[in-house]
Design a protein around this ligand. Structure first.
Ligand SMILES: Cc1cc2nc3c(=O)[nH]c(=O)nc-3n(C[C@H](O)[C@H](O)[C@H](O)COP(=O)(O)O)c2cc1C
Length: 222
């Protein structure tokens, strides 16, 4: 069994999965344990839809097909990033973009290739399972933070099962297509999807770095 440090440090956004099926019991075990994630006043604001098999194949077909047909994004339901992000966030974001696209051999100005790379999101990078995390429209910032704690718990527990994941806000860009498959109640808004599966170790990647501890943590200890 992986320990917590190993689960945290071995989790990464995997973007190449094997087709190997993920057993339903495994997903149930992970999601049952993840429900112990904390939330303010224990309101447990996560609403999760797990999609596998034929429904997922249909969703991938519809979502990737939209791009091919030129029907791009749905109306945005929330702001993913502020339009003018200041330093250091803007720099970190562009460093990530450069790293990711150079790993794929895509030039900065090659928008078509970037688009193709983005489309891989809607194929779940080949993963055979996905979950979609919704939140009630009436809830606020603090409850969105609860979702993050829940989703990280899911991703760490997946590591304990030998599985990997990729959290994907990209799904929120095609939320109407996701809704066609999962039929969420109207009061729910899609935050993100998450691809889940066994890693295809043949797919190259660059491990994303992190800012040094001093850049993000201040100890005040006299
Ligand atoms: C809320 C959230 C949404 C994300 N959305 C996407 C996405 O749509 N597509 C994608 O390929 N990666 C997505 N990522 C993965 C991040 O790019 C990744 O976590 C970050 O670059 C750090 O890399 P690492 O997770 O591999 O350590 C998302 C991550 C989070 C937490």
């Amino acid at each position: 069994m992986v320990d917590v440090y190993e689960a945290v440090t071995s989790r990464r956004a995997v973007r190449g999965f094997l087709g190997r099926e993920v057993p339903r019991e495994t997903l149930e075990r992970v999601l049952t344990a993840a429900s112990w994630a904390p939330s303010g006043s224990n309101i447990q604001p996560w609403n999760i839809f797990v999609v596998t098999g034929e429904p997922l194949a249909e969703l991938k077909k519809r979502a990737t097909g939209r791009v091919a047909d030129g029907v791009l994004w749905d109306d945005r339901e929330y702001v993913m990033y502020p339009p003018a992000m200041k330093s250091p966030y803007r720099d970190r974001r562009s460093a990530f973009g450069n790293e990711r696209y150079s790993a794929l051999g895509i030039a900065r100005e090659d928008w078509e290739a970037r688009q193709r790379a983005a489309i891989a999101n809607w194929d779940c990078f080949g993963a055979p399972a996905a979950l979609f995390c919704y939140i009630d429209r009436d809830l606020g910032l603090a409850q969105w933070a609860d979702l993050g704690m829940y989703l990280q718990s899911v991703m760490l527990l997946l590591r304990a099962e030998g599985l990997h994941s990729c959290p994907q806000m990209a799904w929120s860009q095609v939320h109407h297509t996701v809704a066609e498959i999962v039929s969420p109640p109207a009061e729910l808004m899609l935050f993100c999807g998450m691809s889940i599966g066994y890693e295809d170790v043949g797919v190259d990647y660059i491990r994303t770095g992190r800012a040094p501890l001093d850049d993000t943590v201040t100890f005040i200890d006299g």
